[in-house]
Design a protein around this ligand. Sequence first.
Ligand code: NAP
Length: 276
Amino acid sequence: MAEPPPSSSSSRRRLKIGIIGFGPFGQFLSKTILKHGHTITATSRTDHSHLASDLGISFHRDMNGFVEADNDVILISTSIVSLSDVVSSMPFHSLKRAATLFVDVLSVKEYPKEFLLQVLPPESDLLCTHPMFGPESGRDGWNGLNFMYEKVRVRDHAVCSSFLGIFKDEGCKMLEMSCEEHDKLAARSQFLTHAVGRTLSEMKIESTSIDTKNFQSLVKLKESTTKDSFDLFCGLFVHNKYAREELKNLEVAFQNVKRKLLDGMSKKLDLSVSNH
Ligand code: NAP
């Protein structure tokens, strides 16, 4: 199907969206998706049916019921580390429409792209995305926040454009780039941020009565990164090949800083000995 010109918000199709993985991020996304007039069904490992029903979302305890629902889009919001188990347990033969658009929102991109291309039915479309914000940073709206995506295999452009329209209309900065490019950049930015935040958490840093602004930033970084699950942090490392190099860079940089300090200290000691 040829790619049509971008649709305006009023001409966009109302979509039936199935969310698989109704954890913190799936729930967070669903609130805004509903505002745009789309309908949602959800499934998850844990029973979130009460929470879902409060939001007006039908929740399926079993995967069969979820897959059999007539979804235009299946949005995958499981943890990075559980992706393969969860998706492998999906009975694709029960899909109502073979040409479903699968969308993933995992915080790493090459891994789901390669895995989903292997296991999804060939008739289905695939859009890999990373909304680069979460329940904390996107609490007061998504205006100006980054939304990365790659149209990996898209034939039904109307459905894809309606889905992307949710983020566009919220004012996100829409960044079309390859999954590989994303992972290179995200290792330097997102993984590094989380690694430093988790390190500060290991040090148990807390506010003091004489905090500087910079120290308050460190405490905030510790708090925001540890609000995300350890699974998420682990996934950023295990499933982004560029993260290993960043961890090494961090270790080397720390050793360099330490060496410079110790060199400075021994020079000072040498001076004080020669002055006596
Ligand atoms: P998460 O810890 O990365 O994932 C939680 C979700 O994974 C829950 O739905 C959970 O199911 C499911 N899950 C975990 N282990 C499972 C297993 N063994 N079998 C089946 N399901 C399992 O936390 P999250 O913040 O909700 O993130 C969800 C996805 O969004 C991740 O891929 C993450 O990288 C991405 N993302 C998150 C953010 C963010 O700010 N949090 C931003 C952008 C993208 P139950 O809840 O039912 O147990």
